[in-house]
Design a protein around this ligand. Structure first.
Ligand code: AMP
Length: 481
């Protein structure tokens, strides 16, 4: 059995219905059980008025019921909005308001919550698969609307070009609110394979991660490079100890050459796939199966490969641009951004990524980082301007700036912040004593700077933007900015 995204329904239901489909900490579901539970979920959601083109917020963290709800929503044609329990209530409320959503399903309690009375409002965009909220520069997350055609194309691409073999078993580590997790969701659903949901507690212990891989014979590792780096601390993270692993699949941030080399040593002969793409273009758009020649390089950034067969990727004035059916339908209610970031080319949607790129004579693509203030920290995408806005809303409403501290290879190791206090010492006024707790009401924990220091005035660069580089230098030197 498998889930056919084109028909939005389970297919080949008589084929291996007792094979595992979803493996979670609290319970496992066979394909037959997933099918039956998804049908029951549709009935229950229908009683609450959920129907085609109405958004359904799904909150939870790696429960089997989360997968049931995702399937149910796809069957109903109701775009799902995945929200990890990492998100503070204020953020969830803001998202609900932006969607004008009336219904939330909590996978932890298996309960529906009616968010507001009155008739639900259908979304303007029809036939979406999901809406993923990512960090937004204005201080409010922005909703990336992905059409069903985007996920159909993703499944087809994985099937045709990833070499994952029959009934792959995927590791699912990234939170459902990040599109990286959709790799294993649609990879497993589309192939009739299985998905192993790794919760945060297990993910924090490398030995437990390896034990789960062994126990469930995971064949496809899916993560950011940062998460794989942590596993290297476990000497048992090797092909000898984990013989089921057939593919190491990466996306979401640059894959450093030294990490790729170590993985090649630990997993000789196991394909390492470096894929690239923003949430705005359904998980990934380019693919590179690493070869020895790539690893022999000078240790810099690895190429990101070539565009998937039904898409076009090119550099315009040094910026990577993506064209294809898998490009989002637009940001929800953000005509301004849709105007500046999206375009049409030969009748297909295009997206300006904000990534600096290049392409060599053979058509091989490279990504050289961002042209704006979007960063990745521990694999999480965030806009520094959103963090600045939250810092600026702390008591006193002082100007403040978040500052990424980078490693020599350019990746962000840590985030700190400065706030204008008017005094030369770094000490914070009393009213800011609880700054971390206050920020946590608004931002998920992974976006909260590890330190906040006072300064007389935030330095600005020649174009009157906050000079984060100068702040980073001051931090490193221990001097007052
Ligand atoms: P997200 O929307 O969270 O998937 O983040 C997308 C951004 O992550 C891209 O615009 C790039 O800046 C970065 N990114 C994703 N994959 C890669 C990769 N393989 N190499 C370099 N940067 C990447």
């Amino acid at each position: 059995m498998y889930f056919d995204c084109t028909t939005r329904n389970f297919a080949a239901i008589e084929v291996a219905p007792d094979a595992p489909a979803v493996i979670a900490r609290e319970r496992c579901l066979t394909w037959r059980e997933l099918h039956t539970e998804a049908q029951a979920w549709c009935r229950r959601a229908g009683e609450f008025g959920l129907a085609r083109d109405l958004p359904i917020m799904i909150r939870g963290h790696k429960e089997a019921s989360f997968m049931v709800a995702l399937c149910g929503a796809l069957m109903l044609g109701a775009p799902f909005v995945p929200l990890d329990t990492l998100y503070p209530a204020q953020r969830v409320n803001g998202i609900a308001a932006a969607l004008e959503a009336t219904l939330l399903y909590d996978a932890g309690t298996d309960c529906f919550e009616v968010l507001r009375a009155g008739p639900p409002r259908a979304l303007q965009e029809r036939d979406l698969a999901y809406i993923m909220f990512t960090s937004g520069t204005t201080g409010v997350p922005k909703g990336v609307q992905i059409g069903i055609e985007g996920v159909c194309a993703l499944s087809a691409w994985m099937d045709a070009d990833f070499g994952l073999g029959p009934t792959p078993v995927f590791l699912n580590q990234a939170a459902f609110s990040f599109d990286l997790s959709m790799y294993s969701v649609f990879g497993a659903l589309g192939s009739g394979g299985a998905i192993v949901l790794l919760d945060r507690t297990a993910a924090a212990v490398a030995l437990e991660v390896a034990a789960l891989i062994a126990q469930h014979a995971v064949t496809v590792w899916v993560s950011t490079p940062s998460f794989a780096q942590q596993q290297l601390l476990n000497p048992g993270f090797t092909a000898a100890a984990l013989p089921s692993l057939r593919t190491l699949l990466f996306c979401g941030e640059p894959l450093p050459t030294p990490l790729a080399r170590q993985l090649r040593q630990r997993f000789p002969g196991v394909p390492i796939l470096n894929t690239y793409g923003p949430t705005e273009a359904t998980v990934a758009t380019t693919l590179l199966a690493l070869e020895e020649s790539h690893l022999a390089g000078d240790g810099g950034v690895l190429p990101i490969g070539r565009p998937k067969r039904d898409s076009l990727v090119y550099c315009d004035d040094g910026e990577l641009c993506i064209v294809g059916a898998h490009v989002m339908r637009g940001y929800l209610n953000r005509a301004d951004l849709n105007q500046s970031r999206m375009f049409l080319r030969n009748g297909q949607r295009g997206f300006r990524t904000g990534d600096l790129g290049s392409v060599d004579a053979s058509g091989m693509l490279y990504c050289h980082g961002r042209s704006d203030d979007q960063i990745k920290l521990n694999g999480y995408r965030m806009e520094l301007l959103e963090i600045d806005a939250a810092l600026g809303a702390l008591p006193g409403n002082r100007p403040a700036a978040s500052v990424p501290l980078r490693r020599p290879n350019g990746t962000v190791a840590r985030l700190v912040a400065y706030v204008e206090t008017g005094t030369p010492d770094a000490v914070l006024p009393v009213e800011l004593a609880q700054w971390k707790t206050l920020l946590a009401q608004r931002l998920p924990a992974y976006m909260i700077p590890s330190e906040l220091r006072g300064c007389i005035r935030l330095p600005v660069s020649l174009n009157y933007k906050i000079d984060r580089e100068q702040l980073a230098q001051a931090y490193r030197n221990g001097t007052a900015p």
